[in-house]
Design a protein. Structure first.
Length: 338
């Protein structure tokens, strides 16, 4: 998901505590997919309630978001709206990949190969049913603001940062940089110990900060040229040019000044090129949002998760206590939070 520009940008590791008091506009869909991917049983089976509804994402939004609030972070979750029409090809391709991953997951489970099963299970994650509505409902009960984007969530998050309503955009992808977010924070929802794929080795994963202007200055390019590089590599809206990675794309764009010259050298073209460039430079966003933190509704959280989705009341109650304490900690009045 998203373009991978990790080889081009310096990523500064930080602690969650370094973001204390800062508003982070988090790409909700990106975060939801992370929760669906990593919060699973050993054979890859997601958390499921008695009605067969997947609840991994709800677990992530409660427990991991509470960790952010405890660190003093003020999260805002930005949800996607309608995707651009030329993203349909990517969406269909992702459906195919997830279907194939589901088949491989089932085969690995039948063999009893838990590690292989878990890997394919992660790749099979998909959003469906009431996941989005339930996530918004839970976040509302937690007292956290939700912003509905007219189109791409990362574009809206980037706009909010540029508008100085948030400190940074929170996402694992680099698309927020293409949309002009001055600062992007990665690994917010997955910080902590992580097992390396295929190995019995665990590593510490820390939040990372990327600053757009510093990165562009070091690379000697403009944001428009960064978009050109991304299009050569491949984005959610185009498959890119085969054999072209970030470093080669950088050389081509710096050599020719823009993607048109690079494509001329490569004797190829990108479908919907002009429209995709406009999407990144001037995306569909809304200034009509309200960022207001409220007191968590402990009774509503417990009823929704425990009675509605079979969560452990003891565990949920402890998380709610943490959330309430973190919301009030160090504040002289309630106005700062709600």
């Amino acid at each position: 998901m998203g373009v991978d520009l990790g080889d081009l940008f310096d990523r500064k590791e930080i602690e969650l505590s370094d973001l204390k008091g800062k508003i982070i506009a988090i790409d909700a869909y990106n975060t939801l997919y992370q929760f669906l991917s990593i919060i699973r049983q050993r054979d890859g089976t997601p958390l499921i309630d008695s009605r067969g509804e997947i609840t991994s994402h709800l677990s992530g939004f409660l427990y991991r978001t509470t960790n952010l609030v405890e660190a003093g972070i003020k999260p805002v979750f930005v949800f996607d709206g309608a995707p651009p029409a030329f993203k349909n090809t990517t969406i269909e391709e992702r459906k195919k990949i997830r279907t194939e991953a589901k088949e491989k997951w089932d085969e690995a489970k039948a063999r009893g190969d838990e590690e292989e099963a878990f890997k394919h299970a992660q790749a099979s994650s998909r959003i469906g049913g009431n996941m989005i509505e339930d996530a918004k409902l839970l976040l509302g009960f937690m007292g956290l603001p939700v912003v509905q984007a007219p189109s791409e969530g990362e574009a809206q998050a980037a706009f909010m940062v540029r508008n100085k309503d948030a400190y940074a955009a929170g996402s694992q992808d680099y698309d927020a940089l293409l949309f002009g977010a001055p600062i992007v924070v990665r690994n917010l929802a997955v910080s902590g110990k992580r097992k390396l794929p295929g190995k019995s080795v665990y590593v510490d994963v820390k939040p990372e900060v990327i600053e757009l202007e510093k990165g562009l200055e070091l690379l000697g390019i403009s944001r428009e040229q960064l978009i050109d590089i991304a299009l050569l590599v491949g984005t959610d809206y185009d498959e890119g040019i085969k054999g072209i990675g970030p470093k080669k794309a950088l050389k081509l764009v710096k050599k020719h000044g823009n993607i048109e010259g690079a494509l001329g050298e490569l004797s190829t073209e990108i479908k919907n090129l002009a429209e995709i460039k406009v999407l990144f430079v001037a995306p569909d966003v809304t200034p009509d949002y309200e960022l207001r933190w409220k007191k968590p509704d402990s009774a509503a959280i417990i009823k929704f998760l425990c009675e509605g989705h079979d969560f452990s009341q003891e565990r949920v109650s402890k998380a709610v206590e943490r959330l309430l304490e973190a919301s009030d900690e160090g504040q002289q009045t309630l106005d700062k939070w709600f």
